[in-house]
Design a binder for this molecule. Structure first.
Ligand code: NAD
Length: 261
């Protein structure tokens, strides 16, 4: 299975092997990264036009301690929100919904914050959002959540760093910032699902962001088959039972169709 250029048709022998592995699995854990949403028009982490290339990073510590940094953080998030809100789930997201209908999807662990797996139709209990969600904002004091649309309207109306209407605590988009711990309950649930899995399917992730990238590794160490779908090599390719290089929208529908055979 050689290196394939972006847009090339998927490697047929690798896809056939992956179909056999998926077809024989009973407890599949999906693990997705930004790559599954690029076909919905949301840039991934490493693209030159991604928001990370053009915006100053505001760390969690800076958000907590500086009103000026909170204003900058909210400015960036409100500017990025309409593109995420208007994005539509694509064939890759739908393929996981089809897999779930066969009763074999144990969990879908995602690094994505765009909410597209749930909008495609996966239930909230099936989806574990490691890095939180951009679809809501949460109070850092009392935990109350409000929709991102409402938070964006308040910022645009002049509350440049909005506060919770119940307790006056700091409101923050419900995503995990640099320097902020992941939710331990979500992280533990993801590792537990990975250890129960008989197959982990990693899709559209460079598998370099930690601790997320340790989840497929943990599944593999616990005995699961590991299948990777990505257009570029990843550091876990040498651990995988099968690597399918190519475009997710072309690979995932035929790959996951095989699950009900
Ligand atoms: P990443 O950007 O590091 O890796 C994405 C991988 O997907 C790359 O290796 C790329 O080659 C591949 N890819 C992109 N489009 C593809 C396609 N159509 N077909 C096949 N492969 C494709 O993403 P990551 O591993 O998720 O880490 C990035 C971090 O940034 C995460 O923490 C994530 O939370 C965050 N992020 C999220 C979103 C989102 O919610 N959609 C978008 C950008 C970044």
């Amino acid at each position: 299975m050689g290196l394939r250029a972006p847009g090339a048709t998927p490697d047929p022998p690798a896809l056939a092997v992956a179909r056999r592995l998926v077809g024989g699995a009973r407890r599949i854990v999906g693990f997705t990264g930004a790559g599954i949403s690029t076909e919905s028009g949301i840039p991934d982490f490493r693209s030159p036009d991604g928001v990370w290339a053009t915006n100053r990073t505001v760390t969690f510590g800076e958000f907590l301690t500086s009103e000026e940094d909170r204003i900058e953080y909210w400015r960036q998030k409100v500017a990025a929100w309409p593109a995420m809100r208007d994005a539509v789930p694509n064939a890759g997201h739908q393929a996981f919904v089809e897999l779930d209908r066969t009763g074999r999807l144990e969990a879908l662990v995602t690094q994505n914050i765009d909410g597209l797996h749930r909008r495609a139709g996966l239930s909230g209990e099936r989806v574990l959002e490691l890095h939180g969600t951009a679809t809501e904002a949460g109070c850092l004091e009392c935990g109350e959540r409000i929709p991102a649309d409402e938070a964006a309207r308040r910022v645009e109306a002049g509350e440049r760093a909005p506060r919770c209407r119940s307790c006056r605590g700091l409101l923050k988009p419900a995503t995990i910032s640099f320097g902020q711990n992941l939710d331990p309950a979500v992280l533990n649930a993801a590792f537990a699902a990975a250890r129960r899995a008989d197959l982990l399917l990693a899709v559209g992730s460079s598998l370099v962001v930690e601790p997320a990238a340790s989840i497929p590794r943990a599944a593999r160490l616990a005995g699961a088959r590991l299948v990777i779908v990505n257009r570029e090599p990843t550091p876990l390719d040498s651990l995988a039972h099968c690597v399918v290089r190519g475009e997710i929208g072309e690979i995932l529908p035929p790959l996951l169709e095989s699950a009900d055979r």
